[in-house]
Design a protein around this ligand. Sequence first.
Ligand code: PMP
Length: 395
Amino acid sequence: MGYQYAKRMEKVKPSAIRELLKLGADPDVISFGGGYPDPTMFPIDKLRKVFDSVLLEEGQQALQYTTSEGHLGLRQKLVKRMEKIGVSCELENLFIINGGQQGLDLVAKMFIDRGDVIITEDPTFLGALVAFNPYEPEYAGVSMDEKGMNMDHLEQVLKANPAAKIIYTVPDFQNPTGVTMSLERRKRLVELANEYNVIIIEDSPYREIRFEGEDLPSIKSFDTEGRVIHLGSFSKILCPGMRLGWVVAEKELAEKLCLLKMAADTQSSTLNMHAVNRFMELYDLDEHIQQLKKMYKHKKDIMFKTMENKFPKSVQYTNPQGGLFTWLTLPKHIDTAALMKESVLPEAKVAYVPGSSFFPIQEEHNHCRINYSYMSKEKIIDGITKLGKILNKYC
Ligand code: PMP
């Protein structure tokens, strides 16, 4: 059957990398590929009690439709949490979404016509490109260093693309590089966005998983003109399976985004929103996050110690102060996708994500993203040791 797809489907394609990652899903493979949190840290017993009490005490509401903005008590709690990071917002500015991923879709749907320019970090979060692509944008990339997006380059890119509509950034422990944007650059980013009249998407699911260094104010906290849309998520601080996140935006933008959410899926799961709200009433979410940070720091330290001992000096890696990922840079002549297919997977039974898919325009082939949150400590040591053997052979 010759299906007559919409034009936008031209940009909706499985990538070769996805196919490669499927091979990494074999249970015998030690996978540093996914971006999964540590499932042993999910508070399952507490959530059993939470769901039980929600169903017992407010079952009828919890199983009913609700407003598109989401559970009032949960939104109130999130407004308070946002205040803690310097973002003063009201209920009208904040609503619940199905994870940060839905926020990316809604913002692109609201702003992007075919050919409009989205400026991203280079490399950037692959899932954002996947969310934006159906709206047929053009991309412009901004180089990064250990302090995040390079602001001089951003200015050049803005000059070259004066009609750009969105700057997309993951300022905290970026996916894929693990890099955090410095304080000065956060301020400069907002200045430049004001000057060039661009919306900023601050996508910040890892912000609370900081296990080293000092917290930095969110970009939204420097927003004086209502142009920063902040996306938060429960995926990394509680669990991704409930699919809950939140948007903070200027009232007009929040209302329009919420209309788009209503059109897309009416609302997020009432039951899950009740459960997270109750979890935050019965237990201390911050205490839970403390435990997560301890675990992730421990795993990161184990991985880095093993990398120091086992990797050749020609392989460089970023040193994240939080989040779930480090970013490897191999010598220029190495193609990490080919290396994974031909050697790392079959010989070492190890997987990572080849870096090429994270570049919106000009792919670089000598990087890969490595996750340290998901695998057990033993597998981290084993997998990195095996990967090191291969890298020593080729790098
Ligand atoms: N943004 C970034 C940078 C991410 O890494 C992820 C998840 N990997 C998301 C958004 C989406 O997460 P969720 O929809 O589970 O909140």
